[in-house]
Each structure stands twice: as structure tokens, then as C-alpha cells.
Design a protein around this ligand. Structure first.
Ligand code: UDX
Length: 453
């Protein structure tokens, strides 16, 4: 099929490269000319596992454009994958989506009638909004036709976005139009039936069952996305709430999580207690759904508590340091990891930033180390006054306490005993509960996890 994808961020670029790999004819449009030039030159502007390999393998099926003037209206599907940032009050800024809808309306003619698909995470009713903007634009040129729209949310994890695209648990198609539904089923057929040869860089997991497909209304599809992210965020906050109690009663939350996770109704994933979630989705989507609820004068106390508990976890780390070191003014604290999760350089809503700001406010000196996210941090937060270090050895040197914030693989088995020799006080706060607490204690390190007795 001929597909235009608008927006070459994480979602647009991974979806585009996967569809091209599957044999569709993909055009990726992004108004950022520089990015398009780089993509044309074979450069991949984001870090995603397998992305450069998959793009390279499918380059004959994908082209990059930066202007609507180069848009060939004779396409089967237009996928909108532009940003939907938060306005600050939880409300979603739909202006990019609306601008795209207007451009589509300006470019379509009597003959062209592609299916319009919303992949961006958008508030309830956005599919209808996009439809009416396009139809109104067409009316201005006396073209009267009905546009078929669909909501097709993504559930991609950063870093694993291609894996999640090729091997999803489910595909959700929300539309009132039979034509749109059939088009999308056609588009995703190789994924739904797993008939493609897996890319070398993104292997199919053994025993992978065929993904389910849910066809529903646009509104239900839009709500599915918010409910999924709110639920995952709630699961993490739930275990974090119990972690607090585990600490008081002397239980170990990692054992508790194991004990409940084996119940198939609960499941073991997303039960790692720690300093909580960050990233571009959970915070934005929980705020957006609370905003939507408020427009209906409807309360969602579970989602509210999910958010509150999450941000409390970041303060908890500082309380732990205070309880060991008493006064933080003048103390030196080392932050091990800046990215909101491993295998990304993304700092959006990263717990590290709140923790660093809190420590600086209390007068502590802060040193940081992250294998990939430090350059981003320097660029995006030049106001944050921290010492960037070149190695873990340099980070530990002279510290009164270390906080493990991001569980990078390389941090899991560091020679902590030797590194601690460099510290003024051998204190490690394990914000992700990933270190061997007994081993550390044996080496004379004061170990503080989250909810570990
Ligand atoms: C998430 C969803 O997983 C994805 O489906 C959605 O489309 C976008 O949001 P992502 O933000 O990439 O994806 O990260 P994810 O791997 O889900 O982790 C989110 C955050 O939760 C991270 O900060 C992670 O450290 C934290 N987390 C995750 C926990 O604190 N405990 C857990 O058990 C799992």
C-alpha cells in the first residue's frame, strides 16, 4: 500500500521503517528540513534498537520529504504521528495534529480519498475533529466528500519500539468506516499473520502468538490508549505504595512483588518498586485523562493517587539520604544514571532531574554519570549546576552518598566494594532495587533500597 506518515519522531519513524520493511511504499513527511536531510543521507536521528538496520534494509521502499508540496495525494493511507504536548494544565495541545489535518484538506482533490489515521496519542473526540477539519477545508474548494478516519493508537516502548511494532500484543483499530477498517487490516496483515521474514536486528521471539486485533469505535480506541498507560503507571505506583509499608513492617518488597506476580491475574511485569516512572508518556497521559475527566466533572481518585505516589518516590530518595547523612548542605552526592530508563538518552520527566534539583536546593554538591544521557542533559538543562564525570570511578570519588537512579546493565555488576573505597561515607541508595543488598552489606556498604526492610 502507499502510505504517508506525517511526523518523524519515535512513533512516525519506527512505524514508517517497519511498514517499509514489510513491503509498503512509505513516504515520511516532517517539516524539520534538517532532520529530513539527515534521514536522506542514511543518518538515524534517534536511538532505537534495530532502527538503522531496518531502515537500511528497506531504503528502496521509503522516501523522506519536508514539504506538503511534494505530497502525492494518490496515497491509500495517511498516518498522523506528530507530537501532542501537554499545555501545562494536563490539557493536550492538538495544534500540530490540527495543522496536519488542514494541510491534508488543502492537498486532497476530487479523486484522492486516503484513509486518515490518528496514531498520535490524542484526547477523546480527536478522530472526529480531524475528519471535520479536512472536510471543511475541502468544502472551501467545493469538494464535498466524506473522509474516512480511524484511531490506531500505538503502545511502543522507547528503545523497543521496533520490537513492539513487529510483535505487538494487539492492534487497536477504532473507526466507524468499514473501508478504513479493511484498509488498516490490509496494512497490518503481515504483522497480524506474522508472514514476514523477521529483520536480523529484531528477531521474532520463540513461540510468539499471533497478535489480537480489536476493532472498535474511535472513542473506545482513544480511551484504550489512556487506560493502558494509566493502568501500567498505577501498577508501578501500587507496588511503590506497598514498598513504603514493607519498609515500616520489615518486609522486602521484591519478595512481595514476586509473590503476587506469580498470580496470573496480576502478572509479574511492571511490579518493580523504586523511584517510580518517568518518560514521555505516563506523566503526560495520566495528566491528560484527569483533565478530560474534569471536563465531565468526573473524579478519578485512582489515577490521581497514581500520580501523587509516583512523584513522592523522588522525594523519598532525598529523605533516605537525610536520614543517613543528617545534613545535606555541603555533602557530595553522586547520581548514577540520568536517563528515565536504561537504553535511552531521553530525559523527559526523568526522576534524576527532580532528585538533582531537590539536592541542590538543600545545599548538596551533585556529581553525575550516565553512559549516554549526559550530552542531552548539558544541552537541555544548562541551568542545572552539577559536575559531569567521565567514569564511575570519578563519580564515586569523595562522595558522601551514591544514588542509583537508572538501572543500566553496566551498573548492575560494578565492583561496588572497590568503588566504595573512594567514598567519604560508604552509602548507596538503590533507587531501582537492582543491587545485591547482602553482598554490598558484607563489603561494609550502607545499603538503602526502596521497601527492602
Ligand atoms: C511506556 C509504555 O510502556 C508504552 O506502552 C507507551 O506507549 C509509552 O509509555 P516507555 O515510556 O518507553 O513506554 O517506558 P516503559 O518501559 O514502559 O517504562 C516507563 C517508566 O516506568 C520508566 O521510567 C521505568 O523505569 C518505570 N518502571 C517500569 C518502573 O518504575 N517499574 C516497573 O516495574 C516498570
Amino acid at each position: 500500500m502507499k502510505v504517508l506518515i506525517v511526523g518523524s519522531g519515535y512513533v512516525g519513524l519506527t512505524t514508517g521503517s517497519a511498514l517499509a520493511y514489510l513491503g509498503h511504499e512509505v513516504t515520511l513527511l516532517d517539516k524539520n528540513e534538517e532532520k529530513i536531510m539527515r534521514l536522506r543521507d542514511g543518518e538515524v536521528p534517534i536511538y532505537e534498537r534495530g532502527l538503522s538496520e531496518v531502515l537500511d534494509e528497506s531504503k528502496q521502499n521509503i522516501q523522506f520529504i519536508s514539504s506538503w508540496n511534494d505530497f502525492d495525494s494518490n496515497v491509500d493511507i495517511v498516518i498522523i504521528a506528530v507530537g501532542t504536548p501537554n499545555k501545562g494544565n494536563g490539557d493536550v495541545d492538538l495544534s500540530y495534529v490540527e495543522t496536519v489535518a488542514k494541510s491534508i484538506g488543502e492537498k486532497l482533490d476530487e479523486k484522492s480519498n486516503p484513509i486518515i489515521v490518528n496514531k498520535s496519542t490524542v484526547p477523546i473526540g480527536s478522530a472526529r475533529r480531524v475528519k471535520s477539519i479536512i472536510e471543511d477545508e475541502l468544502k472551501k474548494r467545493n469538494i464535498l466528500k466524506e473522509i474516512d478516519v480511524a484511531s490506531n493508537p500505538e503502545f511502543l516502548r522507547e528503545g523497543e519500539a521496533l520490537f513492539d511494532t513487529f510483535y505487538p500484543d494487539r492492534i487497536v483499530i477504532g473507526t466507524e468506516s468499514e473501508r478504513a477498517k479493511n484498509s488498516l487490516l490490509n496494512l497490518y496483515q503481515p504483522i497480524l499473520e506474522q508472514t514476514f521474514t523477521p529483520p536480523r536486528a529484531v528477531k521474532r521471539p520463540e513461540g510468539f502468538p499471533l497478535p489480537s486485533v480489536i476493532t472498535t469505535s474511535p472513542t473506545s480506541a482513544e480511551l484504550i490508549k489512556y487506560a493502558a498507560n494509566s493502568f501500567l503507571a498505577m501498577k508501578i505506583s501500587f507496588i511503590n505504595e506497598f514498598a513504603g509499608l514493607a519498609e515500616l513492617v520489615g518486609a522486602d518488597i521484591t519478595e512481595v512483588a514476586k509473590g503476587i506476580g506469580l498470580d496470573k491475574r496480576i502478572g509479574s511485569r511492571f511490579l518493580n518498586a523504586g523511584i517510580g516512572w518517568g518518560g514521555s508518556c505516563f506523566g503526560k497521559d495520566t495528566a491528560a485523562i484527569l483533565h478530560t475527566a474534569s471536563q465531565y466533572n468526573y473524579e478519578m481518585p485512582l489515577v490521581e493517587a497514581t500520580v501523587k505516589t509516583n512523584y513522592k518516590q523522588r522525594e523519598l530518595v532525598i529523605r533516605k539520604l537525610q536520614s543517613e547523612l543528617k545534613v545535606l548542605r555541603g555533602a557530595t552526592i553522586g547520581i548514577l544514571g540520568l536517563a528515565f530508563k536504561p537504553n535511552t538518552d531521553d530525559l523527559r520527566d526523568a526522576p534524576s532531574l527532580d532528585i538533582i534539583r531537590g539536592l541542590i536546593e538543600l545545599g548538596a554538591n551533585v556529581k553525575v554519570f550516565d553512559p549516554v544521557a549526559m550530552e542531552n542533559c548539558k544541552k537541555q538543562y544548562p541551568d542545572i549546576n552539577v559536575i559531569y564525570t567521565e567514569s564511575v570511578e570519578e563519580l564515586f570519588e569523595g562522595c558522601d552518598g551514591i544514588v542509583l537512579v537508572t538501572e543500566w546493565e553496566e551498573f548492575l555488576h560494578l565492583p561496588y566494594q572497590n568503588l566504595a573505597e573512594r567514598m567519604k561515607k560508604k552509602l548507596i541508595v538503590d533507587g531501582r532495587n537492582v543491587l545485591d543488598k547482602e553482598l554490598l552489606k558484607k563489603s561494609g556498604i550502607i545499603y538503602r533500597g526502596i521497601g527492602r526492610g
